[in-house]
Design a protein around this ligand. Sequence first.
Ligand SMILES: *Cc1c(COP(=O)(O)O)cnc(C)c1O
Length: 363
Amino acid sequence: MTIPFLDLAAQHRALEPELVEAVRRVFASSAFVLGPEVEAFERSFAAFCGAKHCVGTASGTAALTLLLQAHGIGPGDEVITAANTFIATAEAIVAAGAQPVLVDCREEDALIDPAKIEAAITPRTKAVIPVHLYGQPADLDAVRSVADRHHLLVFEDACQAHGALYKGRTAGSLADGAAFSFYPGKNLGACGDAGCVTTDDAAIARAVRQLRDHGSERKYHHDRIGWNERMDGIQGAILSVKLPYLPAWNARRAAIAAHYRSVLPPHIRPFALHPDRTSSHHLFVVRSERRSALQEHLRARGISTLIHYPVPIHLQPAFAHRGWQHGAFPVAEKLVSEILSLPLYPELKDEQVHAVCAAISSF
Ligand SMILES: *Cc1c(COP(=O)(O)O)cnc(C)c1O
């Protein structure tokens, strides 16, 4: 048996008639960029998140960048985020013209450590972007209380957290704004790149709509310098087909994750899940002091694994000019040598789940 890390073909086979019909609608209207399919998806995703507005973008990175810019964050400003995130969180801060400032994570949950945020705040700090890493919301109340003391904005990097809950509220409605990615491998994935901003603030939603479309609301009239970061009509139509399935998909992910947890030997440790939150279970990540041997053991049994992420932001060559040192974020550095992501997606068959469980317990 071979178990790929992800099987998008299986998801699309199951939905093929609906997806083909949706794409056909876009061909008939020729609304290939923005248009009614994108608007319909924006309405349903805003409602799903419990946010007043959703603005579709070309990617999650664009959503983060435009969210910052819509709040006037740019050159001279600093934005705090986690050292152990995907590069895009830090890149978006740079793309907005601001400086990323990093904070270490907590060892037990790999989420930003709220107790370490205060020391990273300077007079230039404008915002904090906690990342709902692996699908579990960061501790928003703790982040908010530090942010409020210093009059900072809080934005969710919810790119891995579609449908996740924090104290009963849905990711995307937990802070001053949120960014989602619909990259194909995310819990809700387009068939290409796409993303969105969610916010309750009508003025911010309007600013993101302008920024994504050359600073314009009326064709050829440009109120500000913007970008070309619009969502495609085909992606909007595809996302509308998939959104109703997301709760069942997340439930299947949760069931598989619970199964994995129940068979982990003591030397293979998962991250803590907090009782006040519901993860979207985007990734199932374990820690092992013998990570390479575990990865090889699984590979020999046909099971593909990945590492999310092998290099923390401060050690990426792209940020060498910032002069961040080895040892600056010790928890993030410790985790990179131990973490391993197992296959976790709704299309996994029961026998594949059992094969992964058997391979883990025999290590
Ligand atoms: C996927 C992801 C992004 C970026 O999304 P894209 O759509 O690929 O631009 C940003 N942050 C995190 C944590 C992600 O996982």
